[in-house]
Design a protein around this ligand. Structure first.
Ligand code: ADE
Ligand code: ZN
Length: 341
């Protein structure tokens, strides 16, 4: 690596960053996937790690989700969820992540007979260990699968409520097209009545109308992706005025064909319109990079300045579900004049 590139990576690594859009199932690297398949005597439709990796070419969100849901099948016991989370946390630490809000998909485990206790046990064991060892803080956000029914989401919420103390918000993910946020209005209302915050994937492949619905019907605190807001000036104005954050995932957007290449990504234009844009990894094992890779790829392709990168890190802290007191030291560290070279 040339010295300028290495200095730039060191700068990005040293920025305190919150990861706010990370599907833990999307951190399952092929090596671990094969190891767990062997452990549980599961036959995979790929002969080896290299051929599985070669299959990671996706023209659309659905093409990706088909492979992703297949991968999830190897996660069976608490040790599997622990190993998965521990492996992710090693990347987070190396990338300078100081806080993570981690998504998981309860329905893709419960439908295979895996108990929620098992999932929570594995995730929290790894996250609590990391918190004790490194100070990295975390929140959990279970997401409803929008390709399944609203009734199934409501049942899932009921099943989650005994674990209410372990998560701060609920989310909405999976196939966006033809599954508008409006389908889940009642479920999200019930979640908010329980004191939960809400987030939703919207405007990844879907239209700006889905972002309006997420705001007005689901009352979300953040929009996941949201990049399709750009074609609706009134929506952009609203997002800028309210500072409702968009958790943008640059490498994911390019891999799934939302933008033809990184140079065409609109995040710089949205940032310049004063929207609260954060950078995130989404499903790093499938999209070719963790958080630092997303920061570096966006900076290189879009000519983002050091101040832009500081602003993106600052936005990630501002957008996190942390108290003002917990945010303050990180924001102070990021104050423009105080941040060292
Ligand atoms: N589940 C995992 N990754 C996702 C994404 N990028 N969009 C929707 N659902 C997902
Ligand atoms: Zn996502």
């Amino acid at each position: 690596m040339n010295p300028a590139k290495s200095a730039s990576l060191n700068f990005l690594r040293a920025l305190p960053k919150a990861e706010l859009h990370l599907h833990i199932e999307g951190t399952l690297e092929p090596e671990l996937l094969f190891e767990l398949a062997r452990k549980h005597a599961i036959t995979l439709p790929y002969p080896d790690v290299a051929s599985l990796r070669r299959a990671y070419q996706f023209g659309s969100l659905q093409a990706f989700l088909d492979v992703y849901y297949q991968g999830v099948q190897v996660l069976r016991d608490a040790d599997d969820f622990y190993a998965l989370t521990q492996a992710y946390l090693a990347h987070a630490r190396a990338d300078g992540v100081i806080h993570v809000e981690l998504f998981f998909d309860p329905q893709s485990h419960m439908e295979r007979g895996i108990a929620l206790t098992t999932v929570f046990a594995g995730l929290t064991r790894a996250l609590d260990e990391a918190r004790h060892e490194t100070g990295l803080t975390y929140h959990l956000i279970p997401c409803f699968l929008r390709h399944l029914s609203a009734a199934a989401a409501m049942q899932t919420l009921e099943a989650l409520l005994p674990f209410r103390a372990l998560f701060v918000a609920v989310g909405l993910d999976s196939s966006e097209r033809d599954h508008p946020p409006s389908k889940f209005t009642a479920v999200f209302e019930r979640a908010r009545a329980e004191g939960l915050l809400t987030v939703a994937h919207a405007g990844e492949e879907g239209p700006p109308e889905y972002i309006w619905q997420a705001l007005d019907l689901l009352h979300v605190a953040r929009i996941d992706h949201g990049v399709n807001c750009a074609s609706d000036a009134a929506l952009c104005q609203r997002l800028a005025a309210t500072r409702v954050p968009l958790t943008v995932c640059p490498l994911s957007n390019v891999k799934l064909g939302v933008f033809p290449d990184m140079a065409a990504h609109n995040l710089k234009r949205l940032l310049d319109q004063r929207l609260c844009i954060t950078l995130n990894a989404d499903d790093p094992a499938y999209f070719g990079g963790y958080l630092l890779d997303n920061y570096a790829a966006a900076q290189d392709a879009l000519g983002l300045t050091r101040n832009d990168m500081i602003q993106l890190a600052r936005n990630s802290i501002e957008a996190a579900f942390l108290s003002d007191a917990d945010k303050r030291p990180w924001l102070r560290k990021l104050e423009l004049e105080g941040f060292p070279d």
